[in-house]
Ligand binder design. Sequence first.
Ligand code: UTP
Length: 415
Amino acid sequence: MDIEEMKEEVEEKLKKYKQEHLLNGYENLTDQKKIELLKQLESIDFELINSLYRNMDKEEKENKVKIEPIEYMDKYNLKDKFKYYEQIGEKAIRQGKLAAVTMAGGQGTRLGHKGPKGTFDIGLDSHKSLFELLCDSIKKEGDKYGVIIPWFIMTSEENHDETVKFFEEHKFFGYRKDINIFFFNQGKLPMIDTEGKILIGEDGLVKQAADGHGGVYSALQKNGMLEKMKQMGTEWIYIGGVDNCLAKIVDPVFMGIAIDKGVIGASKSVVKASPKEKVGVFCKKNGRPSIIEYTEISDEMAEATDENGELKYGESNILCHIFKISAIEEMAKKPLPYHVAFKKATYIDKDGNKIVPDSPNAYKFEAFLFDAFGELDDMAVVRVRREEEFAPVKNAEGTDSPETARELYIKLHNK
Ligand code: UTP
């Protein structure tokens, strides 16, 4: 098909979905850019975008959802079973059955660091970046069990090149590219304005943004990462964020529990600091594993305690999970709901002017990783110690900031 025919088809599609403005600047583009834009427009699911816009104000009706506490195990209250689980997990790790996935496609808006969040230096004497701290941990644990844990890093279109460049500059922290480290790109979705119109970015192409950490399942599958893992003999996949500098990626006890319980997914939790802490907590929704967000939980539920005086909904999600490959395949099949975020986005208006907003002007759609948990019949939730495994870098200052993460890191490593 030649470029004119392509354009005609795209025009028809745009007309159908009332997005004709997307070709306003077409004539000013280079031939190569013209083709790029047309290909982009061909591949966009306008039906989905329009329906996301239409349904934005409709609150999800969860009236029929039955919410109950979920069972959990405390890693440090396993008594003589601790060794038992540890041995099971250790055997699997030694057999090379574990691979690690770090989700590093986020924008890190709250931190405000220029560059991918994983490149951020939390201010240790060593000046190691978050990526290097995670890599140190993976290498050290791998050495302990005589294996090299393959490390898969999810990037987004916005930060892929910068991330890879950073790894190259740091010689992959001693890991080997294409043998031990693999990068893969997450999916993206167009951003729209308050009228539901898709935006054009400064490059003349559709303005797209990463589709949320829930995109990890399909990104692993579509980019051939699951196949690669299968060839390597991987059975279990760790999935975690890039910003927890204490993430214990290789944990034989955690893995041993999952294997012994016969589940295909397991998550770590830490005890909620207070009933009002702004974190999502594990629960069961209609009998299936899930997370209830702090915005969804009633005061009464948040404060409810059990016979031991512990919060009934007190297991906070720290974005630290392991799944069997089959679980990922299952979760990748199911389209996840998209959550809306209102963000600042520079764009080109219909008259060709560049607009740099000083307040949010556009909607972005994100899927959440845990919205897929309901696909699993069961999941093991394992409580770990916050001071040993959870030091996130989310905000520039205050709670969960470089300062708090650094203190926790130093405290643990000086122990
Ligand atoms: P957060 O939800 O904390 O987002 O991501 P963020 O991008 O780091 O920070 P804010 O909200 O913009 O301030 C938790 C983890 O999920 C990854 C992030 O990189 C982080 O490791 N993530 C998030 C992705 O990989 N892709 C996404 O689209 C969103």
